[in-house]
Design a protein around this ligand. Sequence first.
Ligand code: PLP
Length: 382
Amino acid sequence: MSEYFEIIDFIKSIYPDENPVPLHAPRFLGNEKKYLNECVDSTFVSSVGAFVDLFEKEFAKYVGAKYAVAVVNGTAALHVVLKLAGVQNDDEVITQPLTFIATVNSITYCGARPVFIDVDTETMGLSPDALQKFLLNNCRIENKTCINKSTGKKIKACLPMHTFGHPVRIDRIKDICDEWNITLVEDAAESLGSYYNNNHTGTFGKVGIFSFNGNKIITSGGGGAIVTNDELLAKKAKYITTTAKIPHKWEFVHDEVGYNYRMPNINAALLCAQLENLEKFLESKRKLAGLYSKLFRSHNMKFFNEPANAKSNYWLNSVILNDRIRRDEFLESTNNNGVMTRPIWKLMNKLEMFKDCQAGELKNALWLAERVVNIPSSVIVK
Ligand SMILES: *Cc1c(COP(=O)(O)O)cnc(C)c1O
């Protein structure tokens, strides 16, 4: 175990002012206080305001989407985009078992059921090969709809997630979804600043979502965004994330169920300042990943590097331990000595709520779930 002390000392030397060293802390190094003050002075702290509009414009530009809609958090964004993708009661949605709970909860909010398909070990995200294999073995197309033969239900959407900011092989996944008439929706909550073949994650599918929770690469306290190139979908997203009210000077007439998922202007003020620093954050994170890569190589441990054809944001760095015993030793040693580390999520299909959901063969997900550990990854402040 003492072999980990060099690693622990190294991590402490990177973050000398934080004890214990957190996994990921936000950094407020720019116009955050200035914009927050402006927001308070304007009195527009609630659900409409200039910072919301500014953020939506700047964010769409940054990721290269035509439209962005700011919402209250990433989970709400997922709920809305699945609705926009036409997911209804009794439908099914394909996703990966190795993800944060929100991905799968959002499927449940629509009354739909998740179907779990394996991940690739190179990306930790949905495997296009496993997806194709599952569809060929279990599904048929009927009236332009993908039907799961074993349940008789419609598979409406596919929801891959770019784990810790490492892009999945999204081009192949998109082709397969197109072939099978399944709507592709991307959970890009963790991958702001990550690209696949030079296109930003979240922009390959019909719609994508991002999160600005306190632990993400930039934060609005709590917040999320929906991005799309489809004008109608964007309008619809804005409409149902407010109250679905027909515009009128004084009447309150609503023509469908709205969700009140808007991002408050005060959160958008913080976020606009954070967005200005995103490039700097990305640079710092790439540099840190380089340092980690070298450190772990010298200890014969596997640091998780960005996959082929991808540029990762290195939001949350990870190492792959040899087995479960080594993983637990590493977790003990680091957490007992002032360095926060955390194992990757328990597989979603093992949780009480989802244990009866259909799953393909999950060999890689099981393998990774026993070995992957996240290590401190905050932006380095100098
Ligand atoms: C953070 C996260 C979300 C949810 O975001 P919140 O803003 O916390 O609701 C969804 N999916 C993934 C993969 C996440 O990491």
